[in-house]
Design a binder for this molecule. Structure first.
Ligand code: SAM
Ligand code: SF4
Length: 344
């Protein structure tokens, strides 16, 4: 990471990012690659077309951009993708960013499918990562293979165990899918809580074309909550971890359950997030098409000035809310970008 030109690194103490609805922006989700070693069927098609590598920002550019955001008041950075741990030398970026924890950056974290986490957990902890979000939709090996189109559950469970052993606080993310993992949800929650992990359920979102119609497997979390309350007591918690989840304490397990409900209950009013793709496109909203090109700014003759201009534009165009919906015909119109491009 020492190849970064000093002139491109903005000085700190600049004005914090605030959008036109007066929401302070403190949380960056940075996609480090659109590639992935799984093919979860709700996320991407079997034959996903990945971006040519030359379009993707170098690790130095990703680092440099991150410093620009820290200088403008971003305190939390989540590296995501695609699968962040398939990017070669990604540990270097974690190490470089980790040096800024306590000096502007408060938290460095990642979202991963955990297939390669066993080989990275200790290095992540050493770099200053304290929490990790791991996606796990099922603990049934055959169903996992069907859903992700790869027989990788053993590696994933090994990765989860390695994260725990390295002292990382684990949160599991589970996309709730009607007729797929619906019946297994209570078992997954029970298992996660037994391991000392939080678990957050997510409603499937219409992001990018896939082979199937997502609405067929859309499971509203209002229904899941009703079903869970038949067996457990769920007490709403005031906790806010900086993301869009609402939390509950499950009385019988003692664990924490999160719910992310972009369709049944919009979470936009408190949005503090922006997303940057692996090609340096800043999307101020996951559900909208608005974007500014940070790669062009970064590679221009006056990177510092152009980055400032691009960030101001991003603040001006961040929409008030997303418009995910199921329309009157019962269809879920998809945004053109896959979650793996914008970063989960
Ligand atoms: N590959 C990593 C992983 O799976 O954790 C990080 C990227 S993935 C795109 C981030 C999160 O987005 C995962 O928890 C995944 O389940 C979720 N996701 C992907 N496509 C989704 C969709 N269409 N609706 C809701 N969640 C989705
Ligand atoms: Fe890969 Fe994550 Fe998408 Fe699954 S959800 S295909 S692991 S990017």
């Amino acid at each position: 990471m020492n190849k970064v030109r000093d002139s491109v690194i903005p000085s700190s103490g600049q004005k914090p990012l605030v959008d036109s609805f007066k929401r302070p922006i403190s949380y960056l989700r940075l996609s480090v690659t659109d590639r992935c070693d799984l093919r979860c069927s709700y996320c991407m098609p079997e034959r996903m077309q990945f971006l040519p590598r030359k379009e993707v920002l170098s690790l130095e550019e990703l680092y440099c951009l991150s410093l620009g955001f820290i200088a403008r008041g971003v305190t939390k950075i989540r590296l995501t993708g695609g699968e962040p741990l398939v990017r070669r030398d990604i540990a270097d970026l974690f190490r470089a960013l980790g040096r800024h924890i306590g000096a502007g950056l408060e938290e460095l974290t990642l979202t991963t499918n955990a297939t390669q986490l066993a080989g990275h957990a200790d290095a992540l902890a050493a770099a200053g990562v304290r929490r990790v979000n791991i996606s796990l939709d099922t603990r049934d090996r055959a169903l996992f293979a069907e859903l992700s189109r790869r027989d990788a559950l053993p590696q994933v469970l090994e990765g989860i165990a390695a994260a725990k052993a390295a002292g990382l606080k684990v949160k599991l993310n589970t996309v709730a899918l009607k007729g797929i993992n619906e019946e297994e949800i209570p078992d997954l929650i029970g298992w996660a809580h037994g391991q000392g992990f939080d678990l957050t359920l997510i409603e499937v979102m219409p992001l990018g074309e896939i082979e199937e119609d997502r609405v067929d497997h859309y499971l509203p979390l209002s229904k899941v909550r009703g079903d869970l309350e038949q067996r457990w007591s769920l007490t709403p918690l005031p906790d806010n971890t900086g993301g869009p989840a609402r939390y509950f304490r499950v009385g019988e397990t003692g664990g924490r359950l999160g719910m992310i409900t972009p369709l049944t209950k919009n979470f936009c009013s408190g949005c503090n997030r922006i997303r940057v793709t692996a090609t340096g496109q800043l999307y101020p909203c996951l559900g909208g098409g608005e974007r500014v090109d940070l790669r062009a700014a970064l590679r221009s003759d006056e990177p510092e000035r152009e980055l400032e201009r691009a960030l101001e534009e991003a603040m001006a165009i961040k929409p008030q809310r997303h418009h995910f919906r199921i329309d009157r015909r019962g269809e879920m119109p998809a945004q053109p970008r896959h979650m793996s491009v914008t970063g989960g």
